[in-house]
Design a protein around this ligand. Structure first.
Ligand code: C5P
Length: 288
């Protein structure tokens, strides 16, 4: 039996860091959104072991989030079975688009399907939390308000009819280093926590009402000024997206990927074309 799962990337429509836990992890308030950019995972139940084929795109050892997700699944299920997993990679890595977490979530969904749907989606999301902070969101998908380190989620009504463009230049960003840079700037996160709660009701209302222009003035990413200080290319990309007609352009996660939201698919396609001509990696995708 073979199961195919699409592993959808995410963007952080808004992202604030609101606290630092004793274990070093950070608390977040983030509205996360799936986009149509995806990896494809094909999983067959066969053999004795888990075998991961990435076609050489990335390491297929125990450090891979797919392998870690498989182990977490079997630990929770209390059973093991062999699986051949093929991962076709399209989501840029270390970009702030949650590619590894999406692959982990797709692994959990695929193994669960091959195991007679032993777990509910909510239980799978909880299993995913031990693999990575963004994995629970990737299991559930859609538009969600994520709190805690990302594991506490509420569904968000999203009537936005926007078209997204993802643009990337430069090297990947290390998420732990991005958090360390924030720690260096904040003794505590009481100010960001207050600001996040102040912004949130208006963001949720604008999403509910599908008001892109209103949303444009509200979306925020706490990492963005920190990363832009080191990398002028991120600010330049946001400016290029705005110049190409984006209503809003923000960094996603800890970067360096940037997303622009456009009112029309044509404007988004034109922006992709102009960025590609400048040698920037750019693609249009849907909010899903
Ligand atoms: O959970 P994940 O493996 O994606 O996180 C990578 C690293 O990013 C963690 O080891 C931690 O240093 C940092 N992190 C954090 N707070 C979060 C998520 C990640 O400090 N909510």
């Amino acid at each position: 039996m073979t199961v195919t799962e699409q592993a959808y990337a995410k963007i952080n429509l808004s992202l604030d860091v609101t606290g630092r836990r004793a274990d070093g992890y950070h608390e977040l308030v983030s509205v996360m959104q799936n986009i149509s950019l995806c990896d494809t995972l094909t999983v067959s139940r066969e053999g004795e072991d888990v075998c991961l084929d990435t076609g050489g795109a990335l390491s297929a050892d125990e450090s891979n989030l797919v392998c870690r997700a498989a182990n977490a699944y079997f630990d929770a299920a209390g059973v093991r079975f062999g699986a051949h997993i093929t991962l076709e990679k399209h989501i840029p890595m270390c970009a702030g688009l949650g590619g590894g977490s999406a692959d982990a979530a797709a692994t959990l969904r695929a193994l669960n399907a091959l195991d007679g749907n032993r777990f509910t989606k909510e239980r799978l999301a909880a299993i995913g939390a031990s693999v990575g902070a963004d994995v629970p969101f990737c299991v559930m998908g859609g538009t969600r308000l994520c709190r805690g380190i990302g594991e506490r989620m509420e569904r968000v009504e999203n009537a936005l009819r926007a078209h997204a463009v993802i643009a990337i230049t430069g090297e990947g960003v290390s998420t732990p280093q991005a958090f360390a840079a924030l720690d260096a700037e904040h003794d505590d996160f009481s100010v960001p926590a207050r600001e996040a709660e102040q912004r949130l009701p208006a963001i949720l209302a604008a999403l509910r009402g599908g008001e892109l222009e209103v949303l444009a003035s509200l979306l925020y990413n706490r990492f963005e000024p920190v990363i832009e200080r080191e990398r002028g290319s991120v600010a330049a990309l946001r400016e290029a997206l705005l110049a190409a007609g984006a209503t809003v352009a923000r960094m996603s996660g800890s970067g360096p990927a940037v997303f622009g939201l456009f009112a029309s698919a044509e404007a988004a396609e034109r922006a992709v074309h102009s960025l590609l001509c400048k040698g920037v990696t750019a693609l249009a995708c849907a909010l899903i």
